[in-house]
Ligand binder design. Structure first.
Ligand code: G3I
Ligand code: 9MR
Length: 567
């Protein structure tokens, strides 16, 4: 009988590690027998029965599981349900997610500001440099003028990565992004040394992940006012550009008001960078010291200006031009204090940082996001268990308990979920940038695995990579350039404007967002539940934009799983 692709079969479109769990989800009614076959459907390599029906707690739809974990043979296969159809082909092999890990780190290269991307490194997506002139003559916005930098001051603030589908550069979002990439290096150094992305710096002595991070770190350093140590919240146009290529986006750029969240995120990343680049002093003379000095100065500025939050709507009433680009506004900097204190403490071993901030104000373990960085500090304290001072050591049991407590909460009841993933147990997971919720849950689980060596956390982390690569209620692989049903039309200016059908590869789409229709007003949403509220249309910036702070935890998750080869 004729068989065709059955969209009801959802799985990781890339594939599976030989020893790891292998699951496909079959949505709705279907026959109960399944097979795994070669892509020509001729050779059956596995036969099984679907599980009992499970109800998706968010959409109410039903699904069953095809579990073929027992199949451990390397090869390319499909899941076949005679009478229904078959899945996309996938591969079983070691290193199966290596290409995704490499691709998602390479995604940052495509976001680089100030340099052209030659064909040698960027292939079809080669393009001229953007913002060369503009970022060399950045104006000090009226909200940012200070004694050291009066009105009319022009600064040079090149490099960095474009934040997302837009061309602005935001310190808060750069902070969590760079911190997450640097953490992969700190957690898995040998793996990172073999992790090659074919960038111009690939031949030098630094691992590519450090070279890529440096591209942004050097920009961040320019965002500190040398006069007082404060850090501008962002470098931006007054309003968003049209859908043009970077070199055609030539509007005036400004640095805006300094903020306490920017200063503390900056301090955290610079403190972390300082200890990471220390051993590379021969290649990068003085960099580690400069980073630490910058971190301490930003910290001191924050101590003097603890209430200076960035409030764009308030500023808009006062200044001309009004700036309406991404706010990355935050009403509460207590988590930024924790992150900065933890990084400065670990780098300097100076107890003062540990004591200045209440590192454990309560038992809450909020998942990291650009607005919530407490756990980045906890991950660092956990990572450096062996070298903590007695003060830090005393709190370590509590830290470990809280981190494993979070992981236990994440893995609870996953087996009852229709999609068998950690992601999506509640509709609250489906916010703007939900893909980063999935990725950051995965990172938290990897941290718990590192603390306990308990494989159940590693297995659970893998379920969220499966989610991002296709085992989800939309059926999309959310990483551009990967899988058989990839996102093709992200809200990403170069991908829209370059005239090439395929989007720039290695970028993670924001993913389903229950509120997207009212946030971006893009036409075409038909879903009735949050887990499906996604359209692969470039107008859908609330469900289908890309962003550096979503890519970074994907790099971490895919990289860590590769380093650990989950089983
Ligand atoms: O977390 C709350 C949740 O508790 C609540 O139930 C829900 C109800 O609306 O909202 C959730 O907050 C949302 C938040 O994203 C979640 O992270 C806000 O509504 C939503 O407005 C907010 O969106 C932010 C968006 O900018 C608009 O400000 C995104 O986080 C943020 O990633 C995004 O960032 C933009 C930059 O501004 C500009 N550059 C592109 C970048 C990516 O889209
Ligand atoms: O392109 C912008 C995207 O990066 C932001 O996430 C989003 C929300 O702030 O806004 C996008 O810009 C839109 C603007 O807000 C409204 N006019 C249409 C713009 C997209 O073309």
């Amino acid at each position: 009988q004729a068989q065709s692709i059955a969209p009801a079969i959802r799985l990781n479109q890339i594939g599976f590690y030989p020893k790891a769990a292998k699951i496909a989800i079959v949505v709705g009614d279907s026959p109960t027998a399944f097979q795994v076959t070669t892509p020509d459907l001729k050779k059956v390599v596995f036969k099984g029965q679907l599980s009992e029906v499970r109800q998706n707690s968010i959409s109410g739809k039903t699904a069953r599981t095809a579990d073929f974990s027992a199949l451990k043979t390397a090869g390319i296969f499909v899941v076949l349900i005679p009478g229904l159809g078959h899945s996309q082909p996938f591969e079983i092999k070691t290193d199966v997610h290596r290409a995704v890990a490499i691709g998602s780190l390479k995604g940052f290269y495509y976001q680089r500001v100030s340099v052209g991307l030659p064909e040698k490194y960027a292939g079809r997506w080669s393009r001229p440099a953007g913002h060369v002139k503009e970022d060399n003559q950045v104006l000090v916005h009226p909200s940012a003028v200070s004694a050291g930098r009066p009105a009319g001051t022009v600064l040079s603030s090149p490099r960095g990565w474009y934040d997302a589908g837009d061309y602005n550069k935001y310190i808060v979002n750069s902070g969590i992004t760079t911190g997450t990439l640097l953490s992969l290096y700190e957690d898995f150094p040998p793996f990172c040394r073999t992790f090659k992305t074919a960038i111009p710096e690939s031949g030098n002595a630094l691992p590519d992940i450090l070279d890529e991070s440096l591209w942004n770190l050097r920009w961040m350093l320019t965002m500190q006012d040398p006069a007082d140590g404060g850090v501008y919240h962002k470098l931006t146009n007054a309003r968003f550009d049209g859908m043009v290529m970077p070199d055609k986006a030539t509007k005036e750029r400004y640095v805006v008001q300094k903020s306490v969240t920017a200063a503390l995120d900056f301090a955290a990343v610079m403190a972390q960078a300082s200890r990471i680049f220390k051993p590379f002093n021969r290649e990068l003379p003085g960099l580690a010291d400069s980073c630490l000095t910058a971190a301490v100065r930003a910290w001191e500025w924050a101590k003097k200006n603890p209430d200076q939050l960035y409030r764009q709507n308030v500023l808009n009433e006062k200044f001309d031009p009004d700036v309406v680009t991404g706010e990355y506004g935050d009403r509460d900097a207590s988590d930024e204090w924790i992150w900065a204190a933890a990084e400065l403490y670990v780098t300097t071993k100076d107890d003062t940082y540990y004591k200045t901030v209440n590192l454990f104000p309560d038992n809450k373990m909020p998942l990291p996001s650009w607005a919530q960085v407490r756990l980045l500090g906890y991950y660092t304290l956990a990572r450096f268990e062996k070298t903590l001072t007695p003060l830090g050591k005393k709190d370590f049991p509590r830290l470990k308990q809280q981190l494993t407590g979070l992981a236990d909460e994440l893995i609870q009841d996953v087996d009852k979920q229709a999609y068998q993933t950690v992601m999506g147990k509640t509709a609250r997971d489906y916010i703007w940038g939900s893909s980063s919720v999935a990725a950051n849950q995965g990172v938290a689980l990897i941290q718990a695995y590192r603390l306990t060596n308990d494989k159940k956390y590693l297995r659970a982390a893998l379920t969220n990579l499966d989610y991002l690569l296709g085992r989800n209620a939309t059926g999309y692989c959310f990483v551009t350039g990967f899988g058989d049903k990839p996102v093709m039309n992200p809200h990403h200016r170069p991908s829209v404007a370059d005239g090439i059908e395929a989007p720039v590869p290695g970028l993670l789409s924001g993913g389903p967002n229950g509120n997207a229709p009212k946030q971006d007003k893009c036409e075409g949403y038909t879903a009735t539940s949050a887990d499906e509220m996604f359209i692969d249309a470039s107008c859908s910036y609330a469900s289908n934009e890309i962003a550096i702070n979503w890519n970074a935890p994907l790099v971490y998750l895919a990289g860590a799983l590769e380093a650990l080869q989950a089983d």
